[in-house]
Design a protein around this ligand. Sequence first.
Ligand code: SF4
Length: 170
Amino acid sequence: MQLNNLIEAMEKGMKKRDLSDNYLRTDGCPTREEIGIGEYAYGITMVPCEWVYPFLIELKNRRIDENSELLIKKMQSMEQYTIDGGTEKLKFVDNEKLAHRPLTIKEKFRKLYGINESVKCGDCKHCIRVNTNNKNYYKCEVMGITSSAATDIRLKDYGCSEYREGNKSI
Ligand code: SF4
């Protein structure tokens, strides 16, 4: 099974079948903290998924990084014709600079928590609305709340591995 399909199947399963630790605790069943990887209990997919899912997301992100690096290298080796019939290196954005610029807050956050395409930030309980000068902005509690646009998120942004169902303020 392709990595993306595996992640997607896991996300669907987790969303549809997983029970929260609170529910399990109330029901006297073992929770995520008590059960190790590979063991199954009432609570179903959640125990192994809770352990494996972040690693799959990390693997997916590493592949994306590797592919981006390969693409940048390929573009750097390409040439274009000049007016006088000669050739020169392709002029794009400064790929070297681009590859080595510091990551933005959002990029760092996504590197850590990945992308969960089956959910949206607008449905997550970590997404909060901030009203400034009669304008609504959306922020993620996990990413951090600052007055800078660098930490703005959109309701339709894909979620991440920290996604928790149940928006509380929107
Ligand atoms: S899904 Fe992730 S990025 Fe979006 S609001 Fe929730 S915790 Fe923040």
